[in-house]
Design a protein around this ligand. Structure first.
Ligand SMILES: [Zn+2]
Ligand SMILES: [Zn+2]
Length: 172
């Protein structure tokens, strides 16, 4: 399977390279596309945030899965913020690094932790693209609504989710 990472706006290169290497190992192939701008029409000036769905719909569909990665803060519908969003059984997903950074919570920067968190959110959203819904197990598909929950979950699929992926014909 070919995963394409689509930087949206200026994105931390070290994190992108880390994701490329890890997602390549996990899913088969991974490459980083030329960055695109954050679309101005996704910005909500009242919230100071970007509408995730508007950005998601602008991502290319030429790869098996395109993972948008951005540094801007994302929201969707009636949620205050989201770490990411995906098209279930679709082609595209997006994650934001904004709230995965320790600095967001007033703590010193931690690149290693940021990379692990980004990987978890990336695998989670790719899981949705591949057709998985949320899982209650100790699994990357567990829903996380706070950074504490991101840190608690695993970075890979549980046996149950793997079984479903095999049924959908994604072989791991
Ligand atoms: Zn989810
Ligand atoms: Zn699971």
């Amino acid at each position: 399977m070919r995963i394409c990472i689509q930087p949206v706006g200026e994105v931390d290169r070290e994190v992108l390279e880390f994701l490329k290497e890890q997602l390549g190992k996990l899913f088969g192939e991974c490459e980083i596309l030329e960055p695109i701008d954050v679309s101005a029409d996704a910005y909500d000036p009242l919230r100071g945030q970007f509408n995730s769905t508007v950005i998601l719909r602008k991502l290319p569909t030429t790869c098996d899965v395109t993972l948008g990665v951005t540094e801007v803060d994302l929201y969707a519908d009636n949620l205050n913020f989201i770490f990411g969003e995906a098209e279930l059984f679709g082609k595209r997903a997006i994650i934001s690094l904004k709230r995965l950074r320790q600095e967001f919570y007033g703590l010193p920067e931690d690149k290693r932790l940021l990379k692990v968190r980004a990987l978890k959110e990336a695998v989670h959203e790719i899981g949705h693209v591949l057709g998985l819904k949320h899982c209650k197990g100790k699994c990357v598909m567990r829903f996380s609504n706070s950074i504490v929950e991101v840190d608690m979950k695993n970075w890979w699929f549980c046996e149950n989710c793997l079984k479903k992926l095999r049924k959908f014909n994604f072989l791991f």
